[in-house]
Design a protein. Structure first.
Length: 340
């Protein structure tokens, strides 16, 4: 048996016995759907976005609006064109399999009670999430740094159900199909109409401002350079850019409550297990990698080492947290299909 075959079997085993599953994904997940990674763009001097570090900034909107809107028009178009690869559907089925797994009668009741107690603590003691009325979360949660929205695509042809339900998904860096005021004057978000695209000039890099007659009934997208209907400032994608302090942040309430409820469960019942599946997460923007490794540490300290399994799927960044880390050195789609 090869090293790769062994790691695949071990990964499949820990996922099949998990009581809780956290999926953490980065650009390596969507790369197999044809969306270029940050590092791929930087390493190609001929790519029109080779200077990505200066293009993916909020400052560019003030300095050069035509280039800013051209840059984000191309990204939105690429994200819309991309189709989820087979690995996305594997993730959806892993979630469904976990939720269908038999458990003690009061297992989920206790887990939901913990969530309610944690929320009350957040609201009363810390003053956080005062108006949040959460759903009861189950055994599964997913955090991604990807802004392409592929995890929200339908889980099957003709279905309205997304691969990952909204309550169980945290798009920590935002989404290219949600827009906001660049001020921002409020936390309002606008979904980009499916038939709207920013019109580009012949160089396919710049977008000049002009009225869009076909979209005069829409609040934000009346112009090729969208404008906030409340204050008149430019609109922009709700995406965390470099040096960005204006991005409207999505609430992390569901994530905090789920995480704390899982940690409490591991502490109370030493037979429970948490699996963390990290997929295609790089080191240049280490948000997701740090979050996954932090939870491994917390869960091990609160519970025990035997209660936590960590699987890292990555072609390039294969460092271990410790000797128990399961490294799968394959692309996301290869690994996920093999694991299933």
């Amino acid at each position: 048996m090869s090293v790769h075959e062994s790691s695949i079997e071990r990964a499949a085993q820990v996922l099949s016995r998990a009581d809780f599953l956290l999926v953490c994904s980065g650009s390596g997940l969507s790369a197999d759907s044809g969306i270029l990674t940050y590092m791929t763009i930087l390493s190609d001097p001929s790519h029109p976005e080779h200077d990505y570090d200066s293009l993916a900034t909020a400052e560019l909107l003030m300095k050069d609006p035509p280039r800013f809107f051209g840059f984000h028009a191309n990204h939105l178009a690429n994200h819309r064109k991309a189709q989820p690869h087979a690995g996305y559907y594997v993730l959806s089925r892993l979630r469904e399999s976990l939720l269908a797994r038999k458990s003690p009668t009061d297992f989920l009741d206790k887990f939901h009670q913990k969530q309610e107690s944690i929320l009350r603590t957040f609201q009363k003691e810390a003053g956080l999430f005062p108006e949040w009325n959460p759903p009861h979360l189950g055994r599964f949660f997913c955090i991604t740094s990807n802004v392409d929205g592929l995890l929200r695509r339908p889980k099957a042809k003709g279905s309205d159900e997304p691969m990952i339900p909204k309550a169980e998904l945290l798009e920590i860096h935002g989404a290219s199909d949600r827009w906001q005021c660049s001020g921002p004057c409020s936390n309002s978000l606008w979904k980009v109409p499916s038939d709207f695209s920013i019109q580009l000039e012949e160089d396919n890099l710049h977008a000049l401002d002009k009225e869009r007659p076909d979209f005069q009934n829409h609040e934000l997208f009346k112009r090729n350079h969208p404008r906030c209907p409340k204050c008149g400032e430019h609109g922009r994608p709700q995406v965390v850019l470099f040096g960005d302090s204006q991005c409207v942040r999505i609430s992390k309430a569901n994530w905090f409550v789920w995480r704390d409820a899982v940690l409490q469960s591991l502490d109370e019942d030493k037979s429970l297990r948490l699996a963390i599946l990290e997929i295609g997460v790089g080191t240049r923007v280490p948000t997701i990698r740090m979050l996954a490794q932090s939870l491994v540490k917390e869960a091990t300290e609160i519970g025990s080492k035997e209660q936590v399994d960590f699987v890292r799927v990555n072609m390039d960044f294969t460092d271990e947290i410790d000797s128990s880390t399961i490294i799968v050195k394959k692309s996301a789609v290869e690994a996920l299909v093999a694991i299933e």
